[in-house]
Design a protein. Structure first.
Length: 181
């Protein structure tokens, strides 16, 4: 039986780091969204672990929904073409939307989603990303909330995947190059 840990070259964000990120961001979001009509929208599938843990630390009434998009296919780089696979179910009018993403690299997907939801009359749209990879940014996009920066390596774990694998690792690690090259 294969051990997923053997495919990781380095742990970049530990389980303890992830908890601290969620506590910190949850407190900040609680403060920033008090007296607002908060709708948290997770971008599937990568954000599922982060969104689940983060919302436990947001001490406000909120609603959740999900949006599934694809821009990678089976590749390690974004194709630049964003496809909506599952749209949100809630009418956005009157909501302050907080988009939850696992990683912001090129910015294409989040820019597309942000523009799409802005056109649906949301009161406001903010972006929260667990990981930011500014070295890969190709569009002008700055998240409102960032867990931490990561180097320009292919990362997996805590929801992030390579070919639908490694999401269940309890930390975030750099995938060994021989696995995906």
């Amino acid at each position: 039986m294969k051990n997923l840990n053997n495919d990781i070259s380095e742990v970049l964000v530990s389980e303890q780091d992830l908890k601290e990120i969620n506590v910190r961001l949850g407190a900040q979001i609680t403060q920033d969204f008090k007296d607002k009509n908060l709708l948290v929208v997770g971008i599937l599938k990568g954000s599922i672990y982060f969104m689940t843990d983060l919302t436990r630390y947001i001490d406000l009434p909120l609603k959740i929904d999900f949006l599934a998009v694809s821009s990678y296919g089976g590749s390690t780089r974004s194709s630049g073409s964003v496809k909506i696979i599952k749209d949100i179910d809630i009418d956005l009018e009157g909501y302050d939307v907080l988009l939850i993403e696992d990683i912001l690299d090129s910015g294409r997907t989040l820019k597309y989603v942000s523009n799409l939801l802005s056109a649906r009359n949301a009161k406001s749209i903010s972006i929260c990303t667990l990981l930011d990879k500014p070295a890969r940014r190709v569009v002008d996009l700055t998240p409102d909330y960032v867990g931490c920066d990561v180097p320009d390596e292919f990362v997996v774990g805590y929801g992030l995947d390579y070919d639908q694998k490694y999401r269940n690792l309890p930390y975030i690690g750099a995938l060994k190059r021989e696995i995906y090259e």
